[in-house]
Design a protein around this ligand. Structure first.
Ligand code: FAD
Length: 289
């Protein structure tokens, strides 16, 4: 019998191990509260990943071929949701997916990454996991399937009210589309002393592109209990020459920190985010080639 974190046993009423997507969707239609099981590395360590209540059905997604597929074009790489984190790191030229690959490299250890999947990292219910800020900055897309059909959405569709995670029940994440892009400057860090599985662990991602001594694109996100990202604020820096003035830098960092505080009510998160953003923006000129 699987066990929730803190040794709370889970009563499993039904298990399905389908070989086709169609079978999986039929099972989900019958048991909309079923828990998809990919690597199981989060389900075995985080009680928030399980639905409330006593009995549950488990849908093992390992044998579904579409979830392990990979497709590359010049503009993006599309990976099946059950692709393991270590397989993504092992893709030829995987650094083209930075900052995502850098974020994945910080998750667990090699043994965990061999089992853990990208889909499981994205579809976590209780909180955003380490890859989410990088996926937000990349503007990744997700393919979702349920009994009503199949549709592609931007990754932010999985962000609900209050910027909290809202992966829909009765839905399978089947593929993730990752745009390939070159960034001049990338920072990936965990925020604060808390690390997984602490509920206050937060991941930070910043990336920027420069052209002729000015910022041409900049994206900054942090995620844990909530996602903090403000595209409009990012756009205020587009075209600004480097180094930024003290005023530009402070205005940006304090506004993003204020948003973090409004969403999380955590002074600690807001203060640390402000410090990280300030450091990233102040160091940016070093990265101009
Ligand atoms: C020692 C250790 C350290 C860890 N460190 C980190 C860390 O630093 N950062 C971090 O982010 N995580 C960490 N984890 C947690 C975990 O390894 C990762 O989050 C991993 O990516 C989860 O993937 P999985 O395939 O194991 O997901 P699972 O545990 O199988 O599933 C996770 C959630 O996603 C859902 N799900 C899975 N696949 C699908 C799908 N295709 N469609 C719909 N829903 C789906 C499940 O129902 C569940 O709610 C750690 C785990 C361990 C054991």
């Amino acid at each position: 019998m699987p066990r929730k974190a803190r040794n709370m046993p889970v009563r499993v009423d039904e298990v399905s191990n389908p070989a086709t997507l169609q079978e999986a969707l039929l099972f989900l239609k019958r048991y909309p509260e079923a828990v998809p099981w990919a690597g199981g590395t989060l389900l075995m360590t985080d009680s928030a990943a399980w639905p409330e209540g006593r009995g549950t059905a488990i849908l093992d997604v390992h044998r579904i071929p579409e979830l392990s597929s990979i497709h590359r074009t010049e503009r993006y790489i599309e990976v099946g949701a059950a692709y393991s984190l270590s397989s993504i790191l092992a893709l030829p030229g995987s650094s083209i997916l930075d900052p995502l690959t850098q974020a994945i490299g910080t998750i667990g250890n090699a043994a965990v990454r061999n089992l853990a999947t990208l889909g499981g990292n994205i579809a976590a219910r209780g909180r955003f996991m380490t890859s989410f800020p990088a996926l937000s900055c990349l503007d990744a897309s997700v393919e979702l399937r349920d009994s009503a059909g199949v549709r592609w959405h931007g990754i932010h569709k999985l962000v609900g009210p209050g910027n909290q995670p809202s992966f829909p029940r009765g839905t399978l994440l089947t593929r993730v589309r990752l745009p390939v892009a070159k960034w001049d400057s990338i920072a990936i860090k965990s925020i604060g002393e808390k690390s997984f599985p602490h509920p206050d662990a937060n991941a930070f991602c910043a990336c920027a592109r420069y052209d002729k001594g000015a910022i041409s694109d900049i994206r900054i996100a942090t995620a844990g209990r909530v996602l903090v990202r403000d595209r409009e604020l990012e756009l205020t820096l587009a075209g600004k020459h480097l180094p930024l003035t003290r005023r530009e830098l402070v205005t940006f960092a304090t506004e993003l920190a204020a948003l973090a505080y409004a969403l999380s009510a955590s002074r600690n998160l807001a203060d640390r985010l402000e410090a990280y953003v300030t450091a990233f923006l102040a160091r940016s000129p070093e990265y101009i080639s």
